[in-house]
Design a binder for this molecule. Sequence first.
Ligand code: ZN
Length: 421
Amino acid sequence: MSLNNSLPVEACIYCGSNGPFSAEHVIPAGLGGDDKRFILRGIVCKKCNTDVFSPLELEFLRKSPAALGRIFLQSEGRRRGKGANPPKLEASAKEMITPAGYAVEIELGARGRPTILPQLVLVGDREGVSTGSEATPLREYIDRTQTLLGASVVCVSKDPSEKAPALYATTYTWNGDQYVQGEVRLVLAPPTPSVWSTPLKPNADGSEPKSCARMFLRGNGQIVLKSTEKLGIARALTFFRKLINQTTFEQMTEQDVENRLVGISMSFDIAVTGRVLAKIGVNLLAYIAGADYVRHPQFQRVKRSIATGVPAFPLHSTEQKLPIANIFSGLPHTLHGFMIAGIPTPGGTCALMLHARLYGSQIESVLLGEGLPYLNFSNNTFFTVDYEAHRIERYEMMDFVRAFPFNFPRPSAAPVGQLIP
Ligand SMILES: [Zn+2]
């Protein structure tokens, strides 16, 4: 531990006030930060901690893309302050609750990004919604579903009571007004085309889900119908057929892009991620280089951004982040990775960046400052956080590479469109 941290000092490293001070986790406890080591004492004031950082971290842990990783992967969330709302992401069912209060189907993308699957949702008993993360796949999905919900449609399901891998293919026929159940056959593989049908369970308290039927496109190309037992498959299919045929796609797109897609995307506030990461970066610097280092005036800008969100942190493109992603490629997803990267600049100064990979997700990078005094440690310093065990480790570049040898993602993991020009 740096000696500087244990000495009494006069000013809060963030706002310059004279205290009172409180202990500050270098890495937020909710992200798996250490409770015993990596604590800043006597240099972060209580006001910054309570009025600024606590609400910021709470929002980050709930509403950022990282929140999704946290819910999925971090088995033991920490108990936060009283009056806290429960997380709005459901792990087991891979559902996300929209701001309007109903569940939609999601999947985690290649780099852990949450994707709202293209889908049709029945909300309550009459409101239909089409939603997805992007307009083009949604349109393709709607077209496919329209073809699928024709004069007859085959639904395939597994009998949960049977041990044998038996599949039941049930034909539903359109009678001019609704689908009616017909022949049931035992099949070895789902016929093409068909809809995979799976029951939607009641809520934990026994009540019916607000979105009682969802028809969606899985990443593997399979169209899936989830419906409650109360509603039944025939009525769900009937509803979706009517919804598709009564709404033009133009109307849907407009409504979805304006109200649903953007609404959902906006609930993940990217600015919050930048602010939390920048604070982790400044905390790490205070921890390894001492409080006086981060009191340098060149840190004013980043501190203002952390406190107010203005100016906002620029987002870095995937291309810029690729070399960093490669450096972190050998790090298991059970560890967060942080890298303080120093870039030498003219006049013996340096620029400092924090690169972070949380829950094995995509790399996020923030600029901590420019024109800073050169640091006396190596250019790149790494920290890993075992978020289950709440343990932080520090590595210099070569030690990090030895501990987590690079494991570049194979090109096949990238979308085909990016490989073939
Ligand atoms: Zn302060």
